[in-house]
Design a protein. Structure first.
Length: 277
């Protein structure tokens, strides 16, 4: 599931690496993808929206703790514990917590818990006790905030082509996750008005897209973007020392080079950490 929290252009830009040309674009994109996965592991969550299906044990109570979820498409129950999820819960049978999370707003956050509605509102009393009693299909991730890129599809796109034409240059960049209709795509490279993408990315389904369809891109939390920028710059500069664990500086001797996520990066990410579910 390739995704990045910062684009190649931003990392190359003024105030970060100050790089020009495209010679290192592919290497930088791979580095940023690796750092984004490091961020996910450190925080125990992902900040990129994706579609998926997950299974949960029930404990007989009225709460079900889940992975970060943006929206629930369906909640099904294995009532007889026969491996078949034959009972579909109605949307009025449960609600999502925390209230007012609003994961589609730039100030929002994910829902992390389902709670059974009061009996007067729904038909369920509790989440039945037992392993793998519940199946949730939905959109997952910490947030799902999209912005209009100002760029459209140019010509119609079929469901398989990975080299695609867009209406203008400069906005769609390598490292972006984009949304066209309901299909997510991951941009690997961009040259002029042509982009190369991974189709049906992040659990979406490939489709055909008409000409002049809006292309939206996913926006990630500011501290997460900043953390990736810092880590990318630090690791890229370490290549000059052959990724040594120590560097020699005249008059100072050998100085150890910190490995893992930079302390400033960790400080930015600490507020986003959650326990495993």
């Amino acid at each position: 599931m390739p995704h990045s929290y910062v684009t190649v252009t931003t990392v190359k830009g003024t105030g970060v690496l100050n790089l020009t040309g495209t010679a290192y674009d592919t290497r930088l994109r791979i580095l940023i993808e690796d750092i984004s996965r490091q961020v996910d592991r450190f925080t125990n969550r992902t900040f990129q929206a994706y579609s998926g299906t997950f299974y949960y044990d029930g404990d007989g109570g009225t709460f079900l703790h889940v992975k970060d979820v943006v929206s629930v498409t369906s909640l099904k129950e294995d009532t007889n514990q026969d491996g078949t999820f034959e009972t579909t819960w109605d949307a009025k049978d449960y609600f999502l917590l925390p209230h007012n999370a609003q994961p589609t707003e730039d100030w929002g956050r994910a829902y992390v818990t389902l709670q059974v509605s009061p009996k007067s509102d729904g038909t369920q009393d509790a989440f039945l006790k037992g392993p793998k009693r519940y199946e949730i299909v939905g959109t997952f991730g910490y947030v799902a905030v999209t912005r209009d890129s100002g760029v459209n599809t140019s010509g119609s796109w079929n469901s398989t082509t990975t080299t695609l034409d867009i209406s203008s240059t400069g906005t769609i960049e390598p490292g972006m996750s984009i949304l066209v209709d309901s299909e997510r795509m991951y941009v690997e490279s961009a040259s002029g008005t042509t982009i190369s993408v991974v189709r049906k990315a992040l659990g979406s389904t490939a489709g055909t897209h008409a000409t002049t369809v809006d292309i939206n891109y996913y926006q990630h939390p500011g501290p997460v973007v900043e953390a990736c920028l810092i880590q990318a710059a630090r690791l890229w500069r370490r290549r000059d020392s052959g990724f040594a664990l120590e560097i020699g500086i005249p008059d100072l001797g050998s100085i150890p080079v910190r490995t893992g996520l930079d302390r400033d990066v960790q400080e930015l990410l600490w507020p986003y950490r959650r326990l495993h579910v």
